[in-house]
Design a protein around this ligand. Structure first.
Ligand code: GDP
Length: 300
């Protein structure tokens, strides 16, 4: 994968080097951990995540079990793999659906991160899983946002609920609330609400998103983050966690050649799982996020 190219190369080279040794001395382990630390920092992984990751690897690699093992280096490779899976969230976390439909899924994130595109991707996927999704245009900030969602909805074959001219125009909270009512009446079982994003974290935007959340009581609030955001990932995610609160993360643009730090930091830093990965501009470019598969791709 382009995204983790450098990191992957660095880690595999470091671990391959370790494999040439039989028993591991403490200085072999320290040298390896130092290399891993450097590789992670260069990939823009957040410092607290790097620290915790390397501390765990070091502690486990220096344990007696590893030294007694037939192939200690192989054990260390396994430990690195396990710890990568752990920072990526451990288990796969799937959408949780409401007992009483409709399930409400609200999207939040900065502008340009891929929210609208993801809304279409998710709707299309749910349609394929025999759900009856409804898309809701509650991004009334950006000119054309409603129209863009309508285009996406048409491609996905999913109805888009948008404000009627003169009725609720300019009030995204009302649009979102009306949409949930509409879904209940028309038997749509999943409501996907696209919300406005600004270029930077912004108090009004947070308030608006927070009000939409209060008004619609979503089963999931998904924070969409662009893998290319780099070092800003942590501050942005924390701001959204505080201002709106979210239950899961969508990583978008995983097909880009970003260094991967955002992907590797955000689950750990926010305590919320990465649930989906968006891997391109087409509506089919969506994957359920598997921490173990991602770790294997990195260590491949
Ligand atoms: P929004 O402002 O958050 O709603 O973002 P959009 O959905 O409008 O996406 C912004 C731009 O990123 C558009 O040009 C999309 O085609 C593009 N985009 C969205 N998701 C992906 C992705 O996973 N990979 C790539 N390469 N581009 C994407």
């Amino acid at each position: 994968m382009a995204m983790f190219g450098n990191l992957s190369e660095r880690l595999t080279a470091t671990l391959a080097n370790l494999r040439t040794k039989g028993k591991l001395s403490a200085s072999d382990v320290d040298g390896t951990v130092r290399e891993i630390r450097r590789a992670l920092l260069e990939a823009d992984v957040a410092l607290p995540v790097v620290k915790e990751f390397t501390a765990q690897v070091r502690e486990r690699a220096l344990s007696d079990d590893v030294n007694r093992a037939l192939n200690p280096a192989q054990q260390v490779v396994q430990i690195v793999n396990d710890e990568l899976i752990a920072i990526l969230g451990g288990e796969v976390r799937r959408l949780s659906f409401a007992k009483q439909p409709p399930t409400v899924i609200m999207l939040a994130g900065l502008q340009g991160t891929g929210k609208t595109t993801f809304a279409g991707k998710l709707a299309k996927r749910l349609l394929g899983e025999k759900h009856a999704p409804l898309l809701v245009a509650a991004d009334l900030q950006r000119p054309n946002a409603v129209q863009q969602l309508q285009v996406v909805g048409e491609q996905a074959g999913v109805h888009v609920h948008a404000p009627e001219p003169g009725n609720g125009v300019g009030d995204p909270v009302r649009v979102a609330k009306d949409a949930v009512k509409f879904a209940r009446e028309k038997l749509y079982d999943v409501v996907i609400i696209d919300t406005a994003g600004r270029l930077g974290v912004d108090a009004d935007l947070m308030k608006q998103a927070s009000n939409i959340r209060k008004a619609t009581n979503p089963d999931e609030v998904l924070f969409v983050i662009d893998a290319m955001i780099g070092q800003d990932a942590v501050a942005t995610a924390n701001a959204f966690q505080e201002g709106v609160g979210f239950t899961g993360v969508v990583l978008s643009k995983l097909d880009s050649d970003a260094r991967g730090g955002a992907a590797l930091s955000v689950a750990k830093v926010t305590g919320q799982p990465i649930m989906f990965a968006s891997t391109g501009e087409r509506l089919d470019d969506l994957e359920v996020f598997h921490p173990d598969r991602m770790a294997s791709r990195i260590l491949d």
